[in-house]
Every structure is written in C-alpha cells, then in structure tokens.
Design a protein around this ligand. Sequence first.
Ligand code: SAM
Length: 223
Amino acid sequence: MDDTETKLNLGCGPNSAAGWLNYDWGVLPLLSKMPWLRKTAITLRLLPAYYEAPWPKIQLVDIRKRLPLRDGSMEFIYCSHVLEHFDRWEAVRVLKECHRCLRDGGIMRIVVPDIVKMFALYQEAARQPASAGGEPRPARDLCRLWWGFSTDEDPGGFFGKLSRWFMRHHRWHYDRRELELLAKEAGFGRMVVCDFRQGSVSDLETLDYEAHKPHSIYVEVSK
Ligand SMILES: C[S@@+](CC[C@H](N)C(=O)[O-])C[C@H]1O[C@@H](n2cnc3c(N)ncnc32)[C@H](O)[C@@H]1O
C-alpha cells in the first residue's frame, strides 16, 4: 500500500474520485481489468450495456475479510450502496474493520437505501392516477428497489440466467435507527445524518451518485 493514500472507497463499482484507493471484489471488478472480455460479455448480453462505463483503478479486495491496511491509516472511508448486499452480521464485521483502519478523528460516510424513503416513494406513486403512459406500478418499483434488481423480468435463456450470477441482491435494509445501531456495534460514536453531497468527507460532488439520491440515506460516523 502507498502510505500517502488515506482515502478509501469500499465497493466503489464504477464510481470514484481522483486520489482515492478503490476496493471492489467479484466478477464485475475483475472484468473491469479486462475491457475486451467485458465488451464480449455485453455483446453476448451477459451484462447490461451500462456496464460499458469505464471503472477506476481498483484493487480486488473482499471487504468482508481483514482489510490490507494498517491500523489508523485512513482519514476518510466512503461506502455507498454496498452494506445492504451483506447479511447484517457481515456488515458489522466490515464496519469494525473500517473502525480499525480509520485514524482518530477519521470519518466514514455510509450511503444505503433508506427504508423510509423507499416506502415514501411507493406511497407517492400509489397515489398517482393512471396516465397516458400506462398504469403506475408502485409495487413493482418498490420490489426492484428493495431487491436491487429486476427480479420480475425473465432472465431469458442461458445467458440471461448466467448474468444473474453477476448480481448479488440486497440482504438487509436500514433506516436511521438501524444504521445507528450498526455503527455503535462496530465501535463508532456519534452518527450524523447528512444531505446528498453535504458532509465532512471530501469529493462528495463526485462520489455521491445522483441516481441513488431519491431513495438513499447519507450518514457520517467518526472515530
Ligand atoms: C450496488 S454496487 C455500488 C457501487 C458504487 N459504490 C455506487 O455507489 O454506485 C455494489 C458494489 O459492491 C461491490 N461488492 C459487493 N460485495 C463485495 C465484497 N465482498 N468486497 C468488495 N466489494 C464488494 C460490488 O462488486 C459492487 O461494485
């Protein structure tokens, strides 16, 4: 590890900012290192076309295990739309590792789908009358947000089914209270709820991803 790197993006996916150390793990990040194979997977419809977007430079690290970082070496940790893909006990383990790696006064920003906002979106959509564009489908839309992908759509043949192997659905969900309990269990003290692109972690204009905004909760916990 480069000792000058003090900002870590956990489960970065294709989204990161300059100067951040990026960890991700699985078939998709592996493919990100092999653009020709990724292109082939998209052509064969193994992957949706939006996976064509280039990824930042990443390290393949399974963040459920011990992170390859020294104690107290990080100033900021950013983790967006990742923890909900883990069982709760795994999320506690990830946060404990983050706590170990943060320096005193260091800050971790967590972004996850917010149960409250997901249900508010459902209720808002359920109040809408049918429009020229067709019937609103609030229950379907909620299910897609809840599980993290469109399980209503037939994966369509061999390649479609294979593509499901690339995706991990959501395994646990959070509201403010549940996040507070999680952070406390991992050793963090005070938790601050933030707005989209507002907070103490750097580069939020780039890191906080617009598409997550309507249904996400943004919090920062410090060591
Ligand atoms: C829904 S994407 C979120 C990507 C990005 N952070 C964002 O906000 O859009 C979840 C990411 O977590 C990564 N991930 C899932 N399990 C992981 C693990 N065990 N170790 C590291 N990364 C993991 C996935 O590969 C994927 O890039």
